[in-house]
Write a protein that binds this ligand. Structure first.
Ligand SMILES: [Fe+2]
Length: 517
């Protein structure tokens, strides 16, 4: 009775833990979605629209099932949610050809669909459309800009909009700040304005410093500046852009970098990298404009680029934070399984290590390896609900006890099904709960046969058995690697997938000796 009460209270604790975890993950997803789509994109669209001097801008997202394009953002339109058929119009042409469409006068194009003009009373003249791709280079939508106020859209506009479309894609999927891309953007601005040099500094407020992320002509140099010295520090502190017409005549200018590099800064434009919430991430500097000094129009232009890059960076930072948060949640969960039984501590992380090793040997892509890693780490999570005495029993289990042990797989599935896994981790509950299934149907709990066991689940099954055989258990001493492989060989084709066993052997041969030596 006492044990039953303890078990009940443990289950209650677990349920509470998982509700909390579910809320954390859901909150993270909501935050990310909100930041991505609802707040960031309209701002980003407005920035590019003003850079292109366009009257209207629209972001369409594809609905491939209905073969329609839906507006996600429509500047200058009353209706914020309209859709058009894929086969129609210049936007449709852009999606189907996967190419930029630039038309000087829409009514002269055979592809132009005047229906929306007729409905709204608007008169479309010039149109520029660019496709947006996902990571796999599949079209996910288009950007459309209408009526350039100062003439027609140019080749430079096409380049700008292509960079922006790439940015949206990178923005949605990037997990780390892509410095290469950020450099390209800032250098394109430098060239456009005919400046000699540009640099990007990141702010470290805690240390009272700003550090160079990159600086022209002194690549590889790590410039560390005191926040209280120089223009970059001042801009980072005040969050206000500054134009310096003559650097050496301005007492705020710090000559130390020039003295170290032998460069002579004449004029300077510096703006902050500021996020939507007002947080200063750093500053962008451009130096020595070849034709005269910097103007307020140059500053506005650089501010536009800066706010776009800030959003890009903030999103990358957010992804990093989420990844770290997810990783730490996983570590806590894995540690809670270890705490249940000290003899098998580390089992989950070793199974994950072998699983990842096998998947890498088999050439799995990064996303699938990430999924497998999480499923392997959590595969025995349901053991938290298993009776301690049965779990640690040294002798042979009774049929009832064995049935109770088997229940851990059902618990794993039920618990993981309650968690909100994003995108690539959606299959984690399914994969984790199949680790005791065997190809010939002799496994549990479903008794699935080869046709119904996903290949990824077969990997976790082999990794799990190999780990269990080669480490201490309450019911056996560890076997040698050779003995473990021998057992796997005996059951290859009947219980275990031959390709998986083979990949485990080559992983073990190649990687483990290296890590030991
Ligand atoms: Fe298990």
């Amino acid at each position: 009775m006492k044990e039953l009460l303890l078990l009940q209270s443990r289950i209650q604790e677990l349920t509470a833990e998982n509700e909390q975890l579910k809320q954390i993950l859901a909150m993270g997803n909501t935050l990310c979605m909100e930041r991505n789509m609802e707040k960031m994109l309209p701002l980003m669209m407005k920035e590019i629209s003003s850079l292109l001097d366009a009257d209207r801008s629209t972001l369409f997202l594809m609905d491939w099932e209905r073969r329609q394009l839906w507006t996600k953002f429509a500047e200058g339109m009353d209706s914020d949610r309209i859709h058009i058929e894929l086969k129609m119009g210049l936007v449709g042409l852009c999606v189907l050809t996967k190419k930029i469409v630039n038309v000087a006068y829409a009514y002269n194009s055979p592809y132009f669909n005047a229906e929306i003009d007729e409905q709204t009373g608007f008169r479309t003249e010039s149109v520029l459309c660019a496709p947006i791709f996902d990571q796999k280079q599949e079209i996910i939508g288009t950007l459309e800009f209408i009526n350039k106020r100062s003439g027609v859209f140019t080749r430079e506009d096409e380049e700008k909009v292509t960079r922006f479309a790439d940015g949206i894609s990178a923005y949605n999927y990037s997990q780390i700040p892509d410095m290469k891309r950020i450099k390209v953007e800032i250098r394109a601005f430098r060239d456009e304005l005919k400046c000699e040099r540009c640099a990007l500094f990141f702010l470290n407020r805690e240390n009272g410093e700003i550090r160079s992320a990159f600086a022209d002509a002194i690549e590889g140099w790590d410039i560390l500046l005191n926040l209280n010295l120089g223009i970059a520090g001042l801009v980072a502190l005040t969050a206000e852009g500054i134009i310096i017409p003559d650097a050496y005549e301005d007492s705020r200018f710090n000559r130390s970098v020039d003295e170290q590099t032998g460069y002579r800064t004449r004029c300077l434009l510096c703006v902050p990298l500021k996020t939507l919430s007002g947080e200063i991430l750093g500053v962008i500097e451009v130096m020595n404009k070849k034709n005269g000094v910097f103007t307020t129009a140059d500053m506005d232009h650089l501010k536009s680029l800066s706010s776009y890059l800030s959003m890009f960076l903030e999103n990358a930072i957010l992804f990093n934070e989420q990844t770290r948060q997810f990783q730490s949640v996983l570590e806590v969960l894995a540690a809670s399984i270890d705490a249940k039984d000290s003899l098998t501590a580390g089992h989950s992380s070793r199974v994950a290590q072998y699983t990842v090793g096998i998947a890498s040997e088999l050439g799995f892509n990064e996303d699938d390896i990430d999924t497998l890693n999480v499923a392997a780490l959590l595969h025995d999570y349901g053991k938290l609900g298993t009776d301690d005495q049965i779990l640690k029993k040294q002798g042979r289990l009774t049929p009832e006890e064995y049935e109770h042990i088997k229940q851990h797989v059902v618990n794993t599935r039920n618990i993981l099904n309650k968690m909100t896994f994003s995108r690539k981790f959606k299959t984690v509950p399914l994969l984790a709960s199949m680790h005791h299934e065997r190809l010939d149907g002799s496994g549990y709990t479903e008794g699935l046969t080869s046709a119904d066991i996903p290949f990824m689940a077969r990997i976790i099954a082999v990794a799990d058995v190999f780990e269990s055989l080669t480490t201490n258990r309450h019911y056996h001493n560890p076997l040698s690697i050779e003995e473990a492989f021998h057992i796997l060989d005996q059951d290859t084709g009947t219980k275990y997938d031959g390709n998986v066993v083979c990949a485990l052997k080559s992983y073990y041969k190649e990687i483990i000796p290296k890590s030991v030596s």
